[in-house]
Design a protein around this ligand. Structure first.
Ligand code: P6P
Length: 347
């Protein structure tokens, strides 16, 4: 009887042939991501003990205050992937432009590109709340051997070959999919090995948790307000519980296990929403759909949105399929053009 794989390494090797483009490159890429995650995990876990907390007084292209761990995590993932020569390009929340990567022989022979949010939820770092890394992997569309170009990064989410996240929480987990379901691996920090702890993760079709920053309620579109009233009314299976950590990876992970919906809609504070399409919404939407959930911008499937620029933002409704469909039902009462017109433009 063949023993079930119980470490990440065994799992990757055991499932390599399931991936129709398997050439070992993707396996090495996933392994490299797990290595970088262990290094970042080590720093995140001791962040309170060393002078790595707080802001470095710089801001990234998002205009957000760059936390030291943001910068550190970006460097660790970038260097690990560059040193192991397994991608031909990288885009990151922390990098204004995408990075072209040459191999030692000055060529660009690799076929994969990676997009990432190296440390999502970083505003939670100083208050010891879980944060995460989000990654998205595509095959390049421009000729192998040439420098990558912007069009390699502006592919719709349906073209992802793999996506996943690392959650640095009460335990550190790597959750990813290469298109054959979603599997979760928990790190044993004592020996630095990820073990298969959550095989074939599935979003419950319905749930009782909604995650949204209700502080912005007065700025939300009417469709979101109507859905929140639906969540909060007294019925046999409602009101739902409100749970919002302020860390997408953490809220998403809890909702995938328990059943729930995460919403970051437009508001006057964020006229296109806050979350970035390429390295937050697309990878999380890929995972959600692979786990039987749904992800839309309130009207359109996230994975089918054609990206127009690297740091593009979109509204994000993601989670249990029935809950996302309920939210879309309320959004549909307000046509999309009116929906955007409703949001006072602050620019
Ligand atoms: P707000 C973290 O900055 C993040 O991108 C997500 O992880 C999180 O869900 C959201 O923004 C929190 O944003 O506006 O509610 O503080």
């Amino acid at each position: 009887m063949t023993r079930k794989p119980n470490t990440l390494g065994e799992f990757i090797i055991g499932n390599q042939n399931d991936f129709k483009y398997s050439s070992g490159e993707l396996s090495r890429l996933i392994n490299s991501i797990s290595l970088a995650a262990k290094v970042v995990n080590h720093e995140v876990n001791k962040a309170g003990l060393v002078d790595i907390l707080g802001s470095i007084g710089d801001t990234n292209i998002q205009g957000e205050d760059q936390q030291k761990l943001d910068v550190y995590a970006n460097e660790v993932f970038m260097q690990t992937l560059i040193n192991r020569e397994i991608v031909c390009g990288i885009a990151s929340e922390e990098e204004d432009e995408f990075v072209k990567i040459e191999g030692r022989n000055k060529s660009h022979d690799n076929k994969y590109i990676l997009l990432m949010d190296p440390l999502d939820g970083s505003s939670n770092i100083d208050v010891n709340v879980s944060v995460g890394t989000i990654f998205s992997i595509y095959r390049r569309v421009t000729p192998i051997g040439t420098p990558v170009e912007k069009e390699d990064f502006l592919q719709p989410g349906t073209q992802q070959v793999a996506a996943g996240y690392v959650i640095y929480g009460t335990s550190t987990m790597l959750v990813y999919s290469t298109g054959n379901g979603v599997n979760g691996f928990t790190l044993n920090p004592a020996i630095g090995v990820f073990y298969l702890s959550h095989p074939y993760m599935k979003y419950p079709n319905n749930g009782g948790i909604y995650s949204i920053n209700e502080g912005y309620y007065s700025h939300f579109p009417q469709g979101v307000k109507d859905y929140l009233k639906f969540c909060q009314e007294e019925t046999e299976d409602r009101p739902y519980k409100g749970r919002y950590i302020g860390s997408l990876v953490s809220d998403f992970h809890r909702n995938m296990i328990k059943g729930g919906i995460y919403i970051y809609p437009t508001s006057s504070k964020a006229p296109e929403g806050k979350l970035r399409l390429l390295y937050e919404c697309n990878p999380m939407a890929y995972i959600a759909e692979q786990a039987g959930g749904k992800a839309t911008d309130g009207y359109n499937r996230i994975l089918e949105i054609k990206p127009t620029h690297l740091h593009q933002r979109v509204p994000f409704f993601c989670g249990s399929a029935k809950m996302v469909e309920d939210a879309e039902h309320f959004m549909a009462k307000y046509p999309e053009d009116a929906f955007y017109k409703e949001v006072p433009k602050t620019f």
